[in-house]
Ligand binder design. Sequence first.
Ligand code: TYD
Ligand code: MG
Length: 459
Amino acid sequence: MAKTKTAYFCQSCGYESAKWLGKCPSCNQWNTFVEEIVEKNPTTVPTWKNDAAPARKLSKPSKVNEIERSPERRMLTGDKELDRVLGGGLVEGSLILIGGEPGIGKSTLMLQLALNLKGKKLLYVSGEESEQQIKMRAERITESPSADCYILTETSTQNIFKQIEILEPEIVVIDSIQTLHSAHIESTPGSVSQVRECTAELLRFAKETGTPVFLIGHITKDGAIAGPKILEHMVDTVLQFEGDRHHVYRILRSIKNRFGAAAELGIYEMQGSGLREVSNPSEILLTQRDEELSGIAIAAMLEGARPMLIETQALVSAAAYGTPQRSATGFDTKRMNMLLAVLEKRCGFRLSTQDVFLNIAGGIRVEDPAIDLAVLIAVISSHQDIPVSSKNCFAAEVGLSGEIRAVNRIEQRIAEADKLGFEVIYISKYNMKGINIEKYNLEIKAVSKIEEVFSLIFG
Ligand code: TYD
Ligand code: MG
């Protein structure tokens, strides 16, 4: 009997070691090493078709301007948000990983795509749910499902490839990569080596046949895609499906995309009958209110290439205990502390004895620095208890010395605010170059210092 070969894998990043280690030298996590069996069956060659691997072609260097570029063929999925996040449709032979926490709606998103994609043969492979469960879900989503949507409940990659050879689907969806196992590897499904091998097989299949493959992947508590980080290196595109499970809005974000801009964003609303595409996000990110409230300021921000207006809410109140609390949802706490320090230093507000809470509407996480000014205005508005007109919006970064800095694509932000009926937008003086003021109905106020903005708004 052959001796079984094992190795230790870091469950967090996929680092392989011959011995057990307490701390991973690659990602510095403790206690993440697990022993896995890596013995391969020597008689089988690990290709997706199970026959011998084709002899490798010797590749030669070629001049970049002599390489002929064949236009990448894209297929529209019919889901506008998904198409945008993918960079304008699904590229042939691409491998796309969709990550997200359990229960966020990954299976729903993919099944919905499968049911609505008419005229294309699609195979939905589920290792998590039975045919009955999928049928029940399908009934919730649509009454007239595509006639070319096939469901397969299977977890062995070899069996899946056998069925694929018979069916010849044009798109494959795998739900989820952590449930698959390949006969070439002996460790359990979901382990690092198993996930890596199954992904490699699917990658070969996608590239050799030009079939796009969607992989659903679970996310661990701390937000990493469970199993190896290397999964992210292997696939062409990584999409993250996120949102608060208690909110109805879901965001599909591209983290990596070989075929389009990363940082694209798609927004959905989870309804009783599946996910609805939200084409005008500002509509949901601005609360409808009749009276002016203090502590609210609206930012004209940009996510990917998409302008949207979003409400930032702040609550400032006297700290009941010694150390004031600082907490931010949807915004970096460190950055908030920095902005508060700027307020103290430049404008003389005494915030060190105050609790400050900050919330970005809709459960969205904002990284665009153009939200800075709106954050500061919301904080001061709450502190002074003076409301800011809901017809005002802000788009500028704030620097450490209280200077108002320019942000990118200002025209797009102004145009969006104008379209939504805002009356005034505050931007940096340094952003004014080349802006055609006449084009817009709203008034553009150019400012260069934080003190200036305050005297304009709070008098
Ligand atoms: P699911 O797609 O199973 O999540 P994942 O695959 O990411 O684990 O989504 C499950 C949640 O979505 C579940 O809590 C029920 C809810 N849901 C709806 O609200 N409406 C629907 O039409 C469907 C199908 C699910
Ligand atoms: Mg699922």
